[in-house]
Design a protein around this ligand. Structure first.
Ligand code: GLU
Length: 428
């Protein structure tokens, strides 16, 4: 049966958004699932719980404003919910549902003992002052307080949220519970039980997964041309790691525009320029190119580390890179996936490529629970090992089943989730 027909009544059929992408992905995966697990697959097409909250705050000018917030727990079969919180003006329930489902699959692909969850607030945080952002965060945290906890559901940063936001959530939850609860969120400041290595972990995982793919495809990282979309936490860290490894970062795009230098950009200088000026345009040694031209950059590797739905039927055909690594969640539409496959572009899917973040979140949670903290070397070594092993398992499954890496990763992840359901059985 076509999964797109399983639409929960709280989503309008015309506005399925990223949830539709996810359902199409599950459709493509279902035939490849082990026969004994296939009948359980419909479990994956429904979130376990979806909470919508009103987040009213007092603005600095004394007026009141309302924002819509969400926390979706897609699946808890393998452990507590885990996934970030996003602040963005375009956040919708459909988006948070898809992001929570991708967390379910991602956590299973790297085999960390978590289910999948995600949260978001429909807000443009750039329009809020720091005190307003703090009030928004604390009220949102209070509204979802009853759903979260170190053994229930553990939020983390995502787009436009950071260590400070996590510290406020941890503090609000701790105040409400009457105890200091470090393990309730990850991605916290080091001074509050955060983990060394967490900040760069997603970018590092993107880098490691790409290196693994490049090796198998006979592409040398030294001298490879890399184009990076998104220059936030994930894009900037991976660009830096590629540059450190001798690759040339030939193009970067963010919401301010696109810049290029075929001889390679100085990533640190670009970062410093952007920090100072709030834009990429005018960065030293960079020419400005138009947004569409970015996708046609002569590059060996393309990192998509911005938002969903960036690589679509209209730009996928122009991509020249041999490897596309999804640092973001859901950057490639299902139509674009087919075009990229046809053109021989190897797509390292989000549920594998960007799993480094949640992997180090898992390390942070373990460290908080055991109140024993590891060195950065230990963390990076464990992260690299988990990423390499997950990559190898996905690559191997893709070869044996004759499918693309996304399907292989989904098969691996979904089978782990469905196996947990099978052995737990259906309650009551
Ligand atoms: N927001 C990140 C992701 O999409 C990290 C989630 C986490 O660490 O829980 O994977």
């Amino acid at each position: 049966m076509n999964n797109v027909s399983h639409i929960p009544s709280y989503l309008s059929a015309e506005h399925l958004g990223p949830w539709e992408t996810y359902l199409i992905q599950i459709d493509r995966v279902e035939p490849h699932l082990a026969a004994e697990l296939r009948p359980l697959a419909p479990i994956l097409t429904r979130p376990k719980r979806a909470l919508i909250v009103d987040v009213p705050i007092r603005l600095d000018n004394g007026e009141m404003a309302h924002f819509e917030g969400y926390r979706v727990q897609h699946n808890l079969a393998r452990g507590p919910g885990k996934g970030g919180i996003r602040y963005h003006p375009d956040v919708t329930l459909s988006e948070v549902m898809a992001l929570s489902a991708w967390m379910t699959v991602k956590n299973a692909v790297v085999n960390v003992p978590f289910g999948g969850a995600k949260g978001g607030v429909r807000v443009d945080p750039k329009l809020l002052s720091m005190p307003e952002l703090e009030r928004l965060t604390r009220r949102y945290a209070s509204e979802i307080n009853f759903l979260i906890g170190q053994d229930k559901d553990i939020p983390a940063p995502d787009i436009n949220t950071n260590e400070q936001v996590m510290a406020w959530i941890m503090d609000t939850f701790s105040m409400n519970e009457g105890k200091t609860a470090m393990g309730v969120v990850t991605g916290k400041p080091i001074s509050l039980g955060g983990s060394l290595g967490r900040k760069d972990a997603t970018g590092r995982g993107v880098f490691v997964a790409t290196v693994e793919a490049a090796r198998r495809l006979g592409i040398e990282i030294e001298g490879a041309r890399v184009a990076v979309q998104g220059f936030g936490n994930v894009g900037e860290a991976s660009a830096r790691l590629f540059a450190n490894a001798g690759a040339k970062v030939v193009a970067v795009q963010d919401e301010s525009g696109s810049i290029a230098n075929p001889a390679g950009l100085d990533v640190r200088a670009v970062k410093a320029f952007r920090q100072q000026n709030g834009t990429l345009i005018g960065a030293p040694g960079a020419e400005t190119i138009d947004r569409d031209a970015f996708w046609r950059t002569d590059a060996d590797i393309l990192i998509a580390a911005a938002l969903e739905n960036q690589i679509t039927a209209s730009n996928a055909g122009g991509i020249k890179a041999r490897i596309l690594t999804e640092g973001a969640n859901g950057p490639t539409t299902p139509e674009a996936d087919l075009i990229l496959k046809e053109n021989g572009v190897t797509v390292i899917p989000d549920v594998l490529a960007n799993a480094g973040g949640v992997t180090v979140s898992y390390f942070e949670w373990v460290q908080d629970i055991s109140a024993f903290f590891w060195t950065e070397e230990e963390i990076n070594a464990r992260l690299d090992r988990i990423m390499r092993e997950a990559f190898a398992a996905v690559w191997e499954a893709a070869q044996t089943k004759g499918v693309v890496l996304r399907t292989a990763a989904f098969v691996l992840g979904c089978e782990r989730v469905l196996m947990a359901h099978k052995v737990r059985g259906l309650y009551p």
